[in-house]
Design a binder for this molecule. Sequence first.
Ligand SMILES: C[S@@+](CC[C@H](N)C(=O)[O-])C[C@H]1O[C@@H](n2cnc3c(N)ncnc32)[C@H](O)[C@@H]1O
Length: 212
Amino acid sequence: MNNAFLAQLFDWGASKKKGALWFINGVLRRLGIPFVVRRAIDPTRDMTNLEQRLNLWHLASQPLAYGVEGNVVELGCFDGKTAVIFARVIEQLAPDRQLHLYDHFRIGFNLTGRDIQQEVINNFQTAGCKLPVIHNEDFRVTVPGELPEQIAFIHIDCGFGDDVEMHRATVLYLLQHLYPRMPQGAIAVLMDYHDPTVSPGFNFGSIGNSGS
Ligand SMILES: C[S@@+](CC[C@H](N)C(=O)[O-])C[C@H]1O[C@@H](n2cnc3c(N)ncnc32)[C@H](O)[C@@H]1O
């Protein structure tokens, strides 16, 4: 199955040159300072790196390749750049399945003046993918009422730099409604996950949440 599109679509920057952060982090590492400086996420460009996209591609492929029943859903699609991965997987492995995207498109990330739902459509058209079913409202309105009966693959990615406790409550709310719809063999990927006993976490460039 061809996955070359993962590196090519949307200027995802797989070939970015080593820059100042690479140099600074190298110096910190050599000095034995346990600190990593991260570039702030730039939502006008990308929210995932190539490794994350490859993981999503493999994880979404597995239940469909093994014939697990159900559709594919993403809770938090923003402009659809991870969603096109799922659309491609469906197209290649199980074209009878539907892709459902959930987002209220009430722009976080300090962005104004953008029609993000239209950008989803544009990105799908650029990728040459069948358009998804879009559920444009808060999750508490669309979930569980607008969820498919059975779900083979789920991507939860609903952080946008808001309050960490609210974010936690949202993820727990979603899991409570999604889990009963997952047949045996289904997969859920949590982009928003943090275990404080394992790491301090990362929340849009500061300490907090969202290790993938
Ligand atoms: C990190 S972005 C998703 C990025 C996308 N998966 C990608 O990588 O291309 C998080 C999205 O979750 C959405 N979101 C967060 N909380 C929400 C809620 N309660 N209801 C609906 N959408 C929500 C935001 O509008 C935002 O677009």
